[in-house]
Design a protein around this ligand. Structure first.
Ligand code: S3P
Length: 443
């Protein structure tokens, strides 16, 4: 029997979007806090943990590895790590659902453990490239085997004694870098990952916060080299997860596109390896204010104010892509309302996300009547400052595409229908409630 998928109509926000909101915890930081907490020396409290399908899959995975995790006071987690020695062989396959970060990071965590772990996920996960983690983990000393000649899930890892490696990433990816750094924490000697462009550095910050030594140096041609040595113990006690910038971004862009809007997002993560969208939007003429409010923890936290703006076209080139990777669909939507022709290139990686996001965005924008030219690694968008009337979007179960469709709806004159709108629960189960708090309406 087919599952019933809910279709939601996101109506135009005729009176503007106005108000002050906080956004649930950062997905990337929540995943990492639970994974590092699972091998920490003693209990770790994770404040403002994101409750979502993806991050709950990470809690289930570490429980399957024998780690106790309790939920306290609603949004705090207590993870009872006892070092790597506390991990046990899971009794069953670990199914990550739709969580790409989990299926790329957890193998690094268990690569030194002398037992078998089998990983799989939903249909989208089973299409995502895994050779990029399995091949270097095998070179470090783990036994690996996966579908499609060790390139796709399901795959199995039998951990072993690891040696550090020097690895150059073919594609800039924080997930692959993090996987190898987690394995490097238990490998003999130094592990170095060279990334062609800087990617999000939450793993490095959290390891340093736990007492590990991570070295980060510029390398030739804009690349970065990240190195670490093994640690005896990780000493984490409390982590405060900031609001998720990638989730906040939907309301920031919505405020720019909808007339008479002013949206203030409080307590949002402002890690500079995540906020590239703000630079892109400022180039487009966006009325934005950014203030840091707390720099005491590993992740900077602050406030972003966004007001309705007339936008002009811009270009996003390959060196900027990793820093805006999850917000590129929103950039393309903003480009659809800007004066002039915007261009994105060097972003082929978007085709290997929860959906093929270049194809998904070409379909969404085309359906709104915007002229686009999809290329192998990007898109050209001919902006129409006059906007669009409305349309219907197939989200393909991709949470970020569904939320871009919702923003397109509130910024339209007649509304946008989003199919399978409940998939937002992958990263942002309260998306509709926050939108309504700001004056958005659904039907
Ligand atoms: C993530 C890294 C990015 C991003 C994903 C989360 C992470 O993936 O798209 O949503 O938490 O490390 P890649 O590093 O593979 O580009």
């Amino acid at each position: 029997m087919n599952e019933l998928k809910r279709v939601v109509l996101f109506l135009p926000a005729r009176r503007g979007l106005r108000g002050r909101v906080t956004i649930p915890g950062d997905k990337s930081v929540s995943h990492r806090a639970v994974l590092l907490g699972a091998v920490n020396d003693g209990p770790l409290t994770v404040h403002n943990f994101l409750a979502s399908a993806d991050t709950e899959a990470t809690v289930a995975a570490v429980r399957a590895l024998g780690v106790r995790v309790d939920v306290e006071n609603g949004s705090d987690l207590r993870v009872y790590g006892e070092g790597w020695e506390g991990l046990r062989e899971p009794e069953d396959v670990i199914n990550v659902g739709n969580a790409g970060t989990l299926i790329r990071l957890a193998p690094g965590l268990v690569a030194s453990c002398p037992f078998l772990c089998v990983f799989t996920g939903d249909a989208s996960i089973r299409r995502r490239p895994m050779r990029r983690i399995l091949e270097p983990l095998a070179r470090m000393g783990a036994d690996v085997a996966g579908r499609g000649g060790d390139s796709l899930p399901p795959f199995a890892i039998r951990g072993g004694k690891l040696v550090g490696l020097h690895h150059e990433l073919g594609v800039a990816s924080a997930q692959v870098k993090s996987c190898l750094l987690l394995a490097g924490l238990r490998a003999e000697g130094e592990t170095t990952v060279v990334e062609p462009a800087a990617t999000r550095d939450h793993t490095e910050r959290m390891i340093a916060f736990a007492g590990g030594q991570v070295r980060r140096e510029p390398a030739a041609g804009g690349a970065w080299s990240v190195s670490l040595r093994p640690v005896e113990r990780l000493r984490l006690r409390d982590i405060r997860v900031p609001g998720d910038f990638s989730s906040a971004a939907f309301f920031i862009v919505a405020a720019l596109l909808v007339p008479s809007s002013e949206v203030v997002v409080e307590d949002v993560g402002l890690n500079p390896t995540r906020t590239g969208l703000l630079d892109v939007l400022v180039r487009m003429g966006a009325d934005l204010e950014v203030e840091m409010t707390d720099q005491s923890g590993p992740e900077p936290i602050g406030r972003v104010t966004a007001r309705s703006s007339l936008l002009r076209a811009t270009e996003v080139a390959p060196d900027e892509v990793p820093n805006v990777i999850d917000e590129l669909p929103l950039f393309l939507l903003a480009a659809a309302r800007a004066e002039g022709v915007s261009r994105l290139w060097g972003a082929r990686e978007l085709r290997a996300k929860e959906s093929d996001r270049l194809a998904s965005m070409a379909a969404l924008l085309g359906g709104l009547g915007i002229a686009v030219k999809e290329t192998d690694d990007g898109m050209e968008v001919v902006g129409n400052p006059g906007g669009w009337s409305g349309g219907r979007l197939e989200s393909l179960g991709d949470h970020r595409i569904a939320m871009v469709g919702a923003v397109a709806g509130v910024a339209s004159s007649e509304g946008v229908w989003v199919e399978d709108a409940d998939c937002v629960a992958v990263s942002f189960p309260t998306f509709n409630a926050v939108l309504e708090q700001l004056g958005g309406e659904t039907a």
